[in-house]
Design a protein around this ligand. Structure first.
Ligand code: MN
Length: 254
């Protein structure tokens, strides 16, 4: 068994070390992670400069491969030349904060897992529901248990699949119910924050994510609000299949 682990919070993030430690004993583990925090970089690849790579020499990160790029860069480089063989599983996280609903489109955590999935490798993204790393050890135990069960699924269903897991920050996370969910929806983001820099010029900070808009029963938002571990199977096809006939009629048919 060979597992590739990445994240988007950067190689020094506690969530990455916790996930790596939780996977001890499962097989060969390769860690390839961004040099700095790359949250919110979605599936970006770095195409206009080369990427540098070094191996961390000390601490909990000893042996981690570090890339000065995005989460997708890390997994892409790992799968297309850095690793000598394809991993059986790609893991991402544990992220500092939720990745639910529309977050999944912006998330570097989900993107790192998605890069594995796009290369045909089963993949799981893990996030803690609240920022701040509270009860990280408990979240890591949840991740390990889900990995154990997913590895059995890999043997039975080798095709690629992609899971997005959100874990409440609770000491009893390992005993919380787990539910298979669909993505909810968020409201549009909060307004951009405008400030004046020391030169008198306007600068803008992207505002916080919007609150949940569609958070009904069955969604990831609902599950986490009820104190459950949310597991959403994702796919990548953005096609609006239901509207294909409508657009054919409107734009193509004579
Ligand atoms: Mn992050």
């Amino acid at each position: 068994m060979r597992i590739l682990i990445a994240n988007d919070d950067g190689y020094l993030a506690p969530g990455l070390a916790a996930l790596v430690k939780a996977c001890e004993g499962l097989g060969d583990i390769d860690v390839v992670a961004p040099e700095s925090n790359a949250s919110g970089t979605s599936n970006a690849l770095t195409l206009h400069r080369p990427l540098n790579l070094f191996t961390a020499a000390a601490g909990e990160q000893r042996g981690f491969r570090v890339v000065n790029g995005t989460p997708s860069d890390c997994v892409h480089v790992a799968l297309t030349g850095l690793l000598d063989r394809k991993p059986d599983l790609v893991l991402s996280g544990i992220n500092n904060g939720a990745n639910m609903g529309d977050d999944t489109l912006y998330s570097g955590t989900v993107a790192a897992a998605m890069e594995g999935y796009l290369f045909g490798v089963p993949a799981i993204a893990f996030s803690q529901a609240e920022k701040g790393w509270a009860e990280l050890d408990a979240a890591a135990r949840v991740a390990r248990d889900i990995v154990d069960r997913a590895l059995a699924a890999v043997r039975e269903r080798p095709g690629p699949w992609l899971l997005n897991v959100n874990i409440p920050n609770r000491a009893d996370a390992a005993t919380l119910p787990r539910v298979i969910t669909r993505l909810g929806r968020r409201h549009a983001s909060e307004p951009v924050i405008r400030q004046i820099n020391p030169r008198g010029e306007a600068i803008y900070w992207i505002g916080p994510a919007g609150s949940a808009r569609e958070a009904g029963e069955g969604t990831d938002f609902f599950a986490v609000s009820q104190g459950r571990v949310s597991i959403t199977p994702l796919q990548v096809d953005l096609t609006d299949h239901a509207s294909l006939p409508l657009w054919h009629q409107a734009l193509v048919a004579s």
